[in-house]
Write a protein that binds this ligand. Structure first.
Ligand SMILES: NC(=O)c1ccc[n+]([C@@H]2O[C@H](COP(=O)([O-])OP(=O)(O)OC[C@H]3O[C@@H](n4cnc5c(N)ncnc54)[C@H](O)[C@@H]3O)[C@@H](O)[C@H]2O)c1
Ligand SMILES: O=C(O)CC[C@@H](O)C(=O)O
Length: 526
């Protein structure tokens, strides 16, 4: 019989489901060395956020087939290592959406009406009504950063309370924002106009420290901030300083850069700062939802069935999957590439299956392209199962076409993204050994393998331009691994594609765009 280790507290409903097909051992709070020692005998591991499923744990789990996270964020699991080891990682993308949104609203109202401190004062046999004169949220501006599942539900509740909604989410369409009654604005406007700001973004390099001293300085002295998303998105020291100085009115936090929260300047700031110990998902209902959702997937995978919400492996029919895997990888890479080239908000993706590929099933390739396209915005939250829904919710229209008459290699895939910053397209093929080649960018022929760090320029084909870019990168100590130029006519428009050994340091891109003849430049990280 298969064996499942449950190493964090989860609802009994999940244990009951797992017990249908496996021996379930419930061992919460295992020290890392004990976990590493016992994991070799388990086929599946189920965790919440407490267990750190590190590379060491995964490498030791030689029998592991699946790791389940009873919640959304998989930041406590080393997903790349699990993927490399062929272990499915599943989560519950929606099981705690309502719980987290309701906790956000509870935090906002508690902060406005100083409920925790008022309660404490009455518990201490005081009756001080003057100290606790609060603020109403009615007709106030709520700035929502991140209009995904939780942000959207917060918007719906806040709207019903008569709040005026502003939102910042570069990956959401104007139509979707309109439907939610939100005015899409840029971050600076959201900071300066909001009476309340609530964060609902994943933690990524772009969102880390999003609310720093500069951002706080743009807010009104009456602004109150709520963070029930991820720690590290707000700079905690800068926040404590702003509340202490009265440059903002207060903050309510559920998540912290380091959890559990250690010594912190956020403590002892009176009724203007409310701190909860990562309780966003802690409702009976959400815990049943996430435990059931993830336990069912573990059960299915142990029975040889696909998982419906895998963050690293497509939930398609396994035999179709095996056959199409290299093409899915091609589609995902091209989707990621065109998404980054297009930047900004995308409202349409055209997926063209060309040559021999035109006889393939298009749907998995469309899904894989969307997964790649959305991966910058949603990271591990987008998977083969939810990519289409996520795209639809973001107002991205998908057009599929097939053209068997194109004869390049053994079939090619072409993606074109239209968005707020114009249209961009890429085409790619698989070589004999399933290696990916990008064969055109914005209609210009090239022949480059995708690499981790890439630089693309659109420029005028003229003498000296390549040398200038090379010297400029050299002066910033950036090493070029390969370089290609594609043009349609001599001395006309051209593209340059460079594979770099290192990420481009801050500021270099704007230097590149200043070079004579360069029309545009883009960096891409794959
Ligand atoms: N406190 C808790 O217990 C708790 C519970 C559940 C989820 N969460 C966290 O809440 C957050 C939101 O979860 P969700 O389910 O709504 O996720 P989601 O993926 O549905 O939504 C995230 C949204 O953020 C947007 N986004 C990405 N990068 C952005 C950027 N740089 N600027 C602005 N917007 C950006 C995306 O477009 C997306 O719409 C996540 O960090 C999740 O881990 C916390
Ligand atoms: O397990 C928890 O309670 C944390 C939940 C939440 O942060 C999530 O990402 O789902």
């Amino acid at each position: 019989m298969a064996k499942v280790l449950v190493s964090d507290p989860i609802d009994q409903a999940g244990i009951d489901i797992l017990s249908q097909v496996a021996q379930v051992d419930y061992k919460p709070k295992l020290p890392l060395d004990e976990l590493v020692a016992i994991i070799p005998s388990y086929d599946a591991l189920m965790v919440r956020s407490g267990t750190k499923v590190t590379a060491e744990v995964i490498e030791a789990g030689t029998e592991l087939k699946i790791i389940g996270r009873a919640g959304v964020g998989v930041d406590n699991i080393d997903v790349p290592i699990a993927t490399r080891r062929g272990i499915v990682v599943v989560n519950s993308p929606e099981g705690n959406t309502i719980a987290a949104a309701e906790h956000t609203i509870a935090m906002m109202l508690s902060l406005s009406r100083m409920i925790p401190d008022a309660n404490q004062s009455v518990q201490a046999e005081q009756w001080d009504r003057k100290r606790f004169v609060g603020a109403e949220v009615y007709k106030k501006n709520l700035g929502i950063v991140g209009l995904g599942k939780i942000g959207s539900h917060v918007a719906a509740i806040a709207r019903a309370m008569g709040m005026r909604l502003l939102a910042y989410d570069p990956f959401i369409s104007l139509e979707r924002a309109d439907q939610l009654g939100c005015r899409l604005v840029d971050l600076d406007l959201l900071f300066s106009e909001s009476d309340y700001i609530t964060l609902h973004v994943p933690k990524t390099p772009e969102t880390e420290n999003l609310i720093d001293a500069d951002a706080l300085a743009k807010m009104k002295p009456t602004t109150r901030i709520v963070n029930c998303s991820r720690g590290g998105i707000i700079n905690e020291d800068a926040l404590a300083a702003a509340v202490t100085a009265g440059t903002i009115a207060g903050a309510a936090l559920d998540v912290y850069a380091t959890e559990p929260l250690g010594a912190s300047k956020l403590r002892g700031l009176g009724p203007n700062v409310i701190l909860t110990p990562h309780l966003g998902a802690s409702t009976a209902e959400a815990q049943v939802n996430v435990a059931t959702d993830v336990a069912e997937q573990i059960r299915d995978v142990l029975l040889g069935l696909p998982a419906r919400s895998a963050v690293n492996i497509p939930g398609l029919n396994p035999s179709v999957l095996e056959q199409m895997r290299p093409f899915l990888q091609l589609a995902e890479t091209l989707g990621n590439l065109v998404g980054q080239l297009a930047g900004g908000r995308i409202d349409q993706l055209t997926v063209r299956l060309q040559g021999e590929l035109a006889s393939s099933q298009s749907q998995p390739l469309v899904v894989a392209s969307l997964k790649g396209l959305l991966s910058q915005a949603l990271r591990e939250r987008v998977n083969y199962v939810n990519a289409s829904i996520e795209a639809k919710e973001r107002g991205i229209r998908v057009i599929e076409t097939k053209d068997a008459s194109v004869h390049d290699y053994s079939g090619s895939l072409s993606l074109e993204a239209h968005g707020s910053l114009g249209a961009h397209s890429v085409t790619g093929v698989l070589l004999g050994d399933n290696e990916i080649r990008v064969t055109s960018v914005n209609g210009f022929p090239v022949n480059v393998p995708p690499s981790n760090y890439m630089l693309f320029t659109l420029h005028r084909d003229m003498p000296g331009i390549i040398g200038k870019i090379g010297s400029l990168l050299g002066s910033f100590n950036v090493n070029i691994a390969s370089m290609q130029v594609g043009r349609k006519i001599v001395r006309g428009e051209a593209v340059m594609v460079l594979s770099l050994d290192d990420p481009l340091p801050d500021g270099v891109l704007s230097e590149i765009t200043k070079v004579e003849g360069i029309r545009d430049a883009y960096t891409v990280k794959l």
